[in-house]
Design a protein around this ligand. Structure first.
Ligand SMILES: Cc1cc2nc3c(=O)[nH]c(=O)nc-3n(C[C@H](O)[C@H](O)[C@H](O)COP(=O)(O)OP(=O)(O)OC[C@H]3O[C@@H](n4cnc5c(N)ncnc54)[C@H](O)[C@@H]3O)c2cc1C
Length: 206
């Protein structure tokens, strides 16, 4: 606020972030942007550079190895990546917003300790698995079932349109955990790619 008026001008920090990310996107991503879209290829060579530059922990706290960005800076990063390659922007925003963020906000201390370092470093790419053939906007229509067993849950179902689905190391999966309850109680289950029976779809690029 400046004299009671909202100042929409970016501050020096935000200008610097835009400049830095724009340079990265123009120099590193632009040369292959058309090719990765054309071939529906996941650009692992770019991701490797992005891991080193903290793109996988944009809003995670610095003490956890993240970049600790504020929300405006985060939006600028996604905007600048998407300006050059929308798929790369989507990969990064899905990973940060609907994999790292919910774990940071709602994970148990044990889940955070075990799972966040790999996500923040980008060693594991996160995916958010809600949509199904019969459930899109209507999230209450999810048909995937997660039935409780003595030692965990058995999940049965298939998801579609999952960003990072073909390359994810960790998936947050929406499933109905109590089909008899009114409103069919749904939960989000954290599944690492090594879990028995877990199958990723074909890598269709970012
Ligand atoms: C680029 C991209 C990335 C995506 N990434 C993910 C992901 O990472 N994880 C994931 O789970 N999903 C992902 N999705 C899927 C996305 O979340 C769904 O496509 C979305 O929820 C809509 O569902 P649907 O495609 O089944 O369409 P529908 O729900 O069938 O909707 C079709 C049309 O009907 C309209 N409509 C629906 N319900 C109503 C209503 N009650 N009243 C009026 N109109 C209505 C909608 O506005 C739309 O125009 C992604 C989609 C895209 C395009």
């Amino acid at each position: 606020l400046k004299g009671g008026i909202v100042d929409f001008n970016p501050c020096l920090k935000h200008k610097l972030i835009r400049k830095t990310v724009r340079e990265f996107a123009e120099n590193e991503i632009r040369p292959i942007a058309a090719e990765i879209d054309h071939n529906a290829r996941f650009p692992e060579e770019i991701m490797q550079k992005m891991r080193g530059l903290n793109y996988f922990g944009l809003q995670a706290p610095r003490e956890m190895g993240g970049a600790g960005l504020d929300s405006i800076s985060y939006a600028i990063v996604v905007e600048e990546l998407s300006r050059v390659a929308a798929g790369v922007g989507l990969c990064i925003t899905v990973h940060n917003s609907v994999a790292v963020y919910p774990l940071l906000q709602f994970g148990t201390p044990e889940q955070k300790k075990r799972l966040l370092p790999g996500l923040i470093s980008g060693e594991r790419i996160g995916a958010f698995c809600l949509t199904e053939a019969n459930a899109g906007s209507d999230a209450g229509g999810v048909e995937t079932l997660a039935l409780k067993q003595e030692d965990g849950y058995v999940i049965n179902g298939a998801k579609i349109f999952v960003t990072n689905g073909g390359v994810c190391g960790l998936a947050l999966i929406f499933a109905v955990t109590d089909p008899d309850k009114r409103g069919r109680q749904a939960s989000v289950l954290i599944v690492e790619k090594e879990r028995e029976g877990f199958q990723r779809g074909r890598d269709r690029g970012p």
